[in-house]
Ligand binder design. Sequence first.
Ligand code: GEK
Length: 247
Amino acid sequence: MTQQSDQHRDNLYATTQEMLVDFTFDERVATVFPDMIRRSVPGYGEIIALLGLFAEQYAQPDSTLYDLGCSLGAATLSLRRRIQAANCRIIAIDNSAAMVERCRENITHDLATTPVEVRCADIREVAIDNASVVVLNFTLQFLPPEERLSLLQRIHHGLRPGGVVILSEKLHFEPHERQQFQEQLHLAFKRANGYSAMEISQKRTALEKVLRPDTLEQHRARLTQAGFDRVEPWFQAFNFVSIAALK
Ligand code: GEK
């Protein structure tokens, strides 16, 4: 993998942290985010690239595409380049001001023409309306587990028939042997991408309370309960999955 300039390389957990605070999407994280997510999430770049095909296939004329938890706008840009349907718009939402500020810059520098509105808001409080494509690319996992179903129900309600939700998530596995198998490969991935044992362990502690992964079975059951007709996992790399849910 290519090395980033020092300023944009994720070194946030490279030195001993006196007191490990819970992970937040602040200024420091936003600055190194592209490097961090590519070195931490196997398949991230592939998923981003392939999201464009969902926009090509599922965006309906005169509809809205949503990117919920958009960070720096990678998914938005991928959707935007591939939309074929006429008169669409994209609403990209994140509740981190540092992310939203940089996302807006990235959209401004992009040459595609579909209108994009970037909002700094909590995805639990935003109305979903007239949607054809809704992307939750590694975002749902950061909501408290008891609030995940109601968000998916609202998305289902705001989605047009024939619409799709793309839900990418870190997975938990049961029984323990399956979890160990996947986790060990994910650790090997992080080490191969230059993270030290200390960085991996400190990052894990910081994320523990903030990122709570579900099993694939929990996702299936929740999406079905939210009203989706079909639930299709379409990509998996170790303990990271992307699921398409169709209305
Ligand atoms: C990508 N989708 O590059 N409301 C709004 N935003 C939220 C909320 C919330 N309640 N909770 C978390 N976020 C992106 C990557 S990152 C994934 C998504 C990761 C935001 C949070 O601020 C962060 O920007 C994003 O969700 C999660 O395709 O870091 O593993």
